[in-house]
Ligand binder design. Structure first.
Ligand SMILES: C[S@@+](CC[C@H](N)C(=O)[O-])C[C@H]1O[C@@H](n2cnc3c(N)ncnc32)[C@H](O)[C@@H]1O
Length: 408
């Protein structure tokens, strides 16, 4: 079936129409004409797979990754980086129309499109270690990931050798995180299983976990082999890292994002909601008169407590519970919101709307929850500017910073 691509969907798929029905075609550019095989269909739309490109975008290029055709990890490696940025910005512009924002967006591309990820999580199934195949639950076995920092790629080879020797039955995934000192590695099992410590692992295995997810309070830590404290340095601040705590995945772009916010807080009282391990709070506290971080996760909160300065306070709790209590007792000038993909709870947004905060910086990596939350915030606030930071080159994701001011 022949499809002309006329638009781009919020998750980076080309959009066409056949007999009036929408067809989503991953890995196509606007203006292309493609021969498509339908792989999924319902009454409203179909999803197609490119069989042949009949009219090619001038931005189409060879992917640098040998796994790109099969792997579901990346979306835009078939296009040059300039076009990737154009398309991602267009997706965001389309979404922002829903909150009546039609102005120009400032774009900060990444300096490097590859070898930027300081953390990757690989799935382990049937002796294969890698990412899930596009539109399937099968794992594509990889020797390296072009998006990962090179030290992580060295570590992948070590771990693959190790896994060939110890064929674990219940291993679900292996996570790699690059710190200043070494690559930290953790193994996640679905059930308790004897873990073999082998010299080949060197001294970088940090944890063996049993549970569903790392980065959640539900993960049960069963043992730690290596207690050495590791750090990440961001804008000259040395931050302790562990596996349970969130850290932005792209050091260069995270620094750029943080710098943009810090510029605005001199002499102000700031709430840093969803503050994670406190790196941003610490940076804000250098300029602001007072910074209060709110973070639910205990291990992140404990790191933030280690970083605490005299004008910094950390609250361990839910933003939707703690914010109204905080704002009832004291007035703040600025709030930074950096929620996870799920966005903010309505009660947290209500607490902001009922207080006297003049300015909001909303950091988001999820367009749909961002727009949902902006709709509520815009009842009392006006969007001043939107800036995008390409935290995740080669994928359809972007980090967005929306600055809002109170309507007087
Ligand atoms: C995207 S991270 C941002 C962390 C930090 N601002 C940064 O830039 O590194 C979101 C953080 O919010 C925390 N979190 C998620 N839901 C929360 C809630 N309802 N209340 C408080 N913290 C929450 C997570 O544990 C995580 O540390």
């Amino acid at each position: 079936m022949q499809v002309e691509i006329i638009d781009i969907s919020y998750d980076g798929c080309g959009v066409g129409r056949v007999d009036g029905k929408v067809v989503f075609v991953p890995r196509t550019d606007i203006g292309e004409i493609v021969d498509v095989q339908i792989v999924k269909e319902n009454s409203k739309f179909s999803t197609g797979k490119v069989v042949k490109v009949l009219k090619k975008s001038k931005s189409r290029c060879e992917s640098k990754c040998p796994y790109f055709d099969e792997c579901g990890g990346c979306d835009f490696q078939f296009l040059d980086y300039g076009r990737e940025i154009e398309l991602k910005t267009k997706i965001l512009e389309n979404e922002l129309k829903k909150v009546n924002f039609f102005e120009k967006i400032a774009v900060f591309p990444a300096k490097t499109r590859f070898n930027y990820r300081n953390k990757i999580k690989l799935t382990y199934v049937d002796d294969k270690l890698g990412y899930l195949k596009s539109q399937s639950k099968k794992v594509i076995d990889i020797d390296f990931c072009p998006l990962a920092e090179s030290e992580i790629n060295d570590a992948i080879m070590v771990i693959k050798k190790y896994l060939k020797k110890y064929k674990y039955q219940n291993l679900k995934s292996v996570t790699f995180r690059k710190s200043d000192e070494s690559v930290l590695i953790s193994f996640l099992f679905s059930q308790k299983e004897k873990f073999f410590y082998d010299e080949i692992l060197g001294d970088f295995v940090v944890g063996v976990f049993v549970g569903d997810v790392l980065e959640s309070n539900k993960t049960v830590l069963t043992s730690i082999f290596h207690q050495k404290e590791c750090h990440k340095t961001i804008l000259c601040k040395k931050i302790p890292v562990d596996f349970a705590s969130f850290f932005q995945v792209n050091d260069e772009v995270a620094s750029c994002l943080y710098q943009t916010i810090i510029k605005n807080v001199a002499g102000k009282k700031v709430v840093n909601a969803y503050s994670g391990q406190g790196a941003l709070s610490l940076l804000l506290a250098e300029k602001a008169t007072k910074v209060v971080g709110i973070e639910v996760q205990k291990s992140s909160h404990l790191i933030a407590e280690k970083l605490k300065t005299s004008n910094m306070k950390n609250i361990n709790g839910l933003v939707e519970k703690e914010l109204s209590k905080l704002l009832k007792n004291e007035n703040y000038d600025i709030i930074v919101l950096a929620p996870a993909r799920a966005g903010c709870e309505k009660s947290g947004i209500d607490a902001i709307k009922n207080a006297q905060i003049k300015e909001i910086f909303y950091i988001s990596c999820n367009f749909s929850t961002l727009i949902r939350d902006l709709k509520l915030l815009c009842e009392k606030y006006k969007i001043k500017s939107v800036q995008v930071f390409d935290m995740f080159p080669s994928t359809a994701n972007l980090e967005v910073l929306v600055s809002l001011e109170k309507i007087i």
